[in-house]
Design a protein around this ligand. Structure first.
Ligand SMILES: NC(=O)c1ccc[n+]([C@@H]2O[C@H](COP(=O)([O-])OP(=O)(O)OC[C@H]3O[C@@H](n4cnc5c(N)ncnc54)[C@H](O)[C@@H]3O)[C@@H](O)[C@H]2O)c1
Length: 396
């Protein structure tokens, strides 16, 4: 008999919410996971109304406290296997902590939480309790991100000297928050977003992409966090010059005031032998330039290990990842689905009492989430000192 689908509970997602929708599609992608419950809104009455209006039947709760408490008494078939946290940043720590303590695995949106104190607590608790915890850094779920990681780590580009990792948007080029726009309002409020606006929101994605693809860490930063829109409390432009753990350098940059740029996340990695370039708005291919050779473009679904350029040992699990044939485009939802699929595998191992190893190779780990928060706090310190080189804290 095939195992029952995993049961997922949502924290957040009612009334005009954004990121819950790609997630809920991704959860249902394979038929092996399903959304069964939700605490969708801070006001209990509205939370219940929103759950009743959900496009398929789910059990509504007035709060995540109620949802977590009720889980104890549910029959095994109905118990939550993991909680998906899709609330603004200031409502990550509390539900994550409570879920872990109740023995429910957690998949949490980025940035992990508001500050390093919260991040330390979350990491220590997850280690102590051994509960699976993933962080939703979407873009490493692209098949091509995974291939890029393999290519860079295989040494094809030589030693990495320079990385340009960026996420450029234009939607906050005006004071959108003054109109009451939901997603803008909390992102520019330090109490709800954390110590950085643009950096926390999308700079953390650029950092994660750099770390995921290269395997390198940022050791020191020289940060310029700027606010172009008058009266805004947090940065809307984030430019960070970085020293890397192998002695290389990088630029991690993000902006929300560059009109015309939509979700322009990309990475260019230059090593001693070549350069690899990838952009999430065209995520189906990777371009590789080796010195004195024609450029090569690799398309998802059309890669043959041992083709004379790529070694034979392209990871077997990468080649086996379910994808559709090349030319039928995959994108954002597929990336999310890949993250949930890999998280599901770890949650199933955990439930079966088997060993699982969340090493950040399939989705961002809680330590990766911690690194995002540590990066932001270090950038804030450096920026306050006019860009003075500032060391990242010791890894937790
Ligand atoms: N991974 C990505 O690509 C990506 C993209 C966008 C947003 N995000 C992250 O996802 C999170 C949500 O962002 P969004 O743009 O969807 O925000 P949003 O404002 O659109 O949605 C947030 C939801 O949380 C609900 N909420 C707030 N407090 C709550 C509480 N106490 N209990 C229950 N529900 C509550 C709101 O009512 C709303 O439904 C943020 O942390 C953001 O950084 C990630």
């Amino acid at each position: 008999m095939s195992p029952r689908p995993l049961n997922v509970g949502l924290v957040g997602g009612g009334r005009g919410a954004f990121i819950v929708h790609p997630h809920q599609k991704a959860i249902h992608f394979d038929g092996t996971r399903r959304v069964v419950a939700g605490a969708l809104f801070p006001d209990p009455k509205i939370a219940l109304e929103e759950a009743a209006a959900w496009p398929y039947p789910i059990k509504g709760y007035g709060s995540y406290d109620d949802m977590i408490a009720a889980n104890k008494t549910l029959p095994e078939e109905q118990k939550l296997d993991y909680l998906l946290i899709v609330t603004p940043n200031f409502v990550h720590y509390d539900p994550a902590m409570k879920a872990m303590k109740a023995g429910i695995a957690v998949f949490c949106e980025k940035p992990l939480c508001l500050n390093l104190k919260e991040a330390n607590d979350l990491v220590r608790t997850s280690r102590k309790l051994g509960v699976p915890f993933g962080v939703a850094h979407t873009y490493l779920g692209h098949w091509t991100s995974r291939l890029s990681r393999y290519i860079v780590r295989s040494g094809l580009l030589g030693e990495v000297r320079w990385v340009d990792s960026y996420y450029i948007q234009g939607w906050l080029a005006t004071k959108l928050e003054a109109t009451g726009q939901q997603q803008a309002s909390w992102r520019v409020d330090p109490k709800r977003a954390g110590g950085s606006g643009c950096g926390g929101d999308i700079g953390t994605h650029a950092l994660m992409q750099l770390r995921y693809v290269t395997g390198l860490d940022v050791t020191q930063v020289s940060a310029q966090m700027e606010t172009f829109v008058e009266g805004r409390q947090l940065d809307d432009h984030f430019t960070i010059y970085c020293k890397l753990s192998n002695g290389g350098k990088a630029l991690v940059r993000a902006s929300q005031i560059c009109i015309g740029h939509k979700n322009d996340l990309g990475i260019a990695i230059s090593g001693t032998k070549g350069t690899l370039r990838w952009r999430q708005e065209e995520p189906e291919s990777i371009t590789i330039h080796l010195a004195n050779q024609p450029d090569r473009v690799y398309w998802r679904g059309a890669v043959t290990p041992g083709d004379g350029f790529l070694p034979k040992d392209v990871p077997a699990d990468l080649m086996a990842e379910p994808t559709i044939p090349a030319g039928h485009p995959e994108a954002f939802h597929d990336a999310f689905a890949r993250l949930h699929r890999c998280f599901e595998a770890d949650v199933r191992k955990w439930k079966a009492g088997e060993k699982f190893n969340i090493d950040g190779s399939k989705y961002a780990s809680i330590e990766d989430g911690w690194m995002g928060i540590a990066f932001i706090e270090t950038c804030v310190k450096s920026s306050q000192k006019k860009g003075a080189w500032t060391a990242m804290p010791k890894k937790i």
